[in-house]
Every structure is written in structure tokens, then in C-alpha cells.
Design a protein around this ligand. Structure first.
Ligand code: PEP
Length: 261
């Protein structure tokens, strides 16, 4: 039985003071909520925050002792060395991150990240002991051209092709339709379920059904307190990767409540 995993992607938001306040209100809100606390204690629920690089260490202190996990939003594809301005996966592990988001659509489409770069990052990140949240998703044009499944299949092969099944042990997939990210237009529960089921079937094709059945596949794209119940109750939706609504504990906590409902 898969649990649920809801992670907050803070993107390039907050300053130090507001990031600390957010982390503290999240930890306090979780402690005050019996259902969320029980879900986290039993392992049926996982949650994480992914702050901007400069604040990760401070946020690590703020969430210490809680069940909130810590992640980063990117890392470089090489081991530590002469790569000015980049951040190594090993450094993230060193400062307490257990997770790293890779292949976010903002990196694919705004920074031009390619599948092969994402795969290289994934290998380095897992090699450093990090669990990877690998983002996949189609653009609006691709969906309108009925290319959604082809795009998802290509991104899966691009990032995971040829890897051993063990690569799935430290991996979470986030299905994030690009047209739904930060737009206020979420995928319908049916669209999310259809894409998640497809991703799971592709994983089964490459890695076998047993491994695919265990995979956590998060939904991301304008997930809110209002739509979380319906989306998170779809059989192949195992949680969420949350942008905007993760910047306010009052908006993030109801998504955790929906995940344990
Ligand atoms: C995201 O950035 O991963 C995301 C899903 O953003 P939002 O929730 O704001 O759509």
C-alpha cells in the first residue's frame, strides 16, 4: 500500500525571515493536527519543504525534530569541483537535505535543461545519497496536439532509460502538466489519474510491475486546499508537489489534511 507524499517547492520565494516563519508555522500546524501527525508518525504520509539554496541550512534548524523533510530544488550534474556558481548534490546531502527536485518544468523550459542533463543530475544526486523528485509534464501545445503520452514516455526514457530497477528506490515522480503550474488552472482529477496511470504503466514496462506499483507519483499544478481532496483521492495520485500553496502554512496544511483523509 503506497502512502502519500506532499512536498512544497518554495521556488525563488521568501526571504530568510519569512522562510523561517513559514517553516515554524508549518511545524506548529502539524503538531497541532492529530490526523497529520498520526499520518507522519505511521509513515502513511510524508511531507517536505524545498527552500531556496541560501536558506536551506536555516530551515533545517527550524524543522529539526519534526517529521518535515528537507529538499533542494536543483543540483549540478557533476561531483564537487571547478563549476563556478553551481551546487553539488553532495553539498546538499552534507547540509541535511534528503531530497532534490530535478527536471522541474521551469528548469526544462526557462533554463533549457535537457533530458540527458536531468539524467546526469539524477545519477549524481542518487550517488550522493539523495532521493530525487523527478518532474515530468507536457505543455499546453503538446496536450492540444494529443502528444501528452508521447511526451511523458519520452521524458521517462530520457531520465531513466537503461537504469537498473534500484534507481526507483530513491525516486519519486511528480506529474506536473506545464499548463497547470502557477496558473490557477489545475488538471481535472480525471486528467491527473489518466496521466498518472500512464506513467505507472510506462514504469512497469521498463522496470516491472512490482517496482511500478510501489512508486510514489505526485501531482503538481495549482494544487490547493480546494481541489486537493478530489485530486489526491485518485487511485494513482500519491500526493502532490505544491508551489504557490506551499508558501502559506494555512494553505499547505489543508493539503496535508486531504492527503490523510
Ligand atoms: C510547482 O512549482 O511544482 C507547482 C506545482 O507550482 P504551483 O503549485 O504553484 O502550480
Amino acid at each position: 500500500m503506497r502512502g502519500k507524499f506532499v512536498a512544497g517547492n518554495w521556488k525563488m520565494n521568501t526571504d530568510l525571515a519569512s522562510g523561517l516563519a513559514l517553516a515554524k508555522s508549518l511545524v506548529g500546524g502539524i503538531a497541532a493536527d492529530g490526523a497529520i501527525s498520526a499520518g507522519l508518525a505511521s509513515g502513511k504520509l510524508r511531507t517536505a519543504v524545498c527552500p531556496p539554496f541560501p536558506y536551506i541550512s536555516a530551515i533545517a534548524e527550524a524543522i529539526k525534530g519534526s517529521k518535515v523533510e528537507l529538499g533542494a530544488q536543483n543540483c549540478y550534474m557533476e561531483k564537487p569541483g571547478a563549476f563556478t556558481g553551481e551546487v553539488a548534490a553532495a553539498m546538499l546531502k552534507d547540509i541535511g537535505c534528503g531530497l532534490v527536485i530535478l527536471g522541474h518544468s521551469e528548469r526544462r523550459h526557462k533554463m533549457g535543461e535537457t533530458d540527458s542533463q536531468i539524467k546526469a543530475k539524477l545519477l549524481v544526486a542518487q550517488g550522493a545519497g539523495l532521493e530525487v523528485i523527478l518532474c515530468l509534464g507536457e505543455t499546453l501545445t503538446e496536450r492540444q496536439a494529443e502528444k501528452t503520452f508521447a511526451v511523458l514516455a519520452g521524458q521517462i526514457v530520457g531520465a531513466l532509460g537503461g537504469l537498473p530497477v534500484e534507481a526507483l528506490d530513491k525516486l519519486v515522480i511528480a506529474y506536473e502538466p506545464v499548463w497547470a503550474i502557477g496558473t490557477g488552472v489545475n488538471a481535472t482529477p480525471g486528467q491527473a489519474q489518466e496521466a498518472h496511470a500512464f506513467i505507472r504503466s510506462e514504469l512497469a514496462k521498463h522496470f516491472g510491475k512490482a517496482a511500478a506499483d510501489k512508486m510514489i507519483i505526485q501531482y503538481g499544478g495549482s494544487l490547493t486546499a480546494e481541489n486537493a481532496n478530489e485530486i489526491l483521492s485518485q487511485p494513482d495520485v500519491d500526493g502532490g508537489l505544491v508551489g504557490g500553496a506551499s508558501l502559506d502554512a494555512k494553505k499547505f496544511l489543508p493539503i496535508l489534511q486531504a492527503a490523510v483523509a
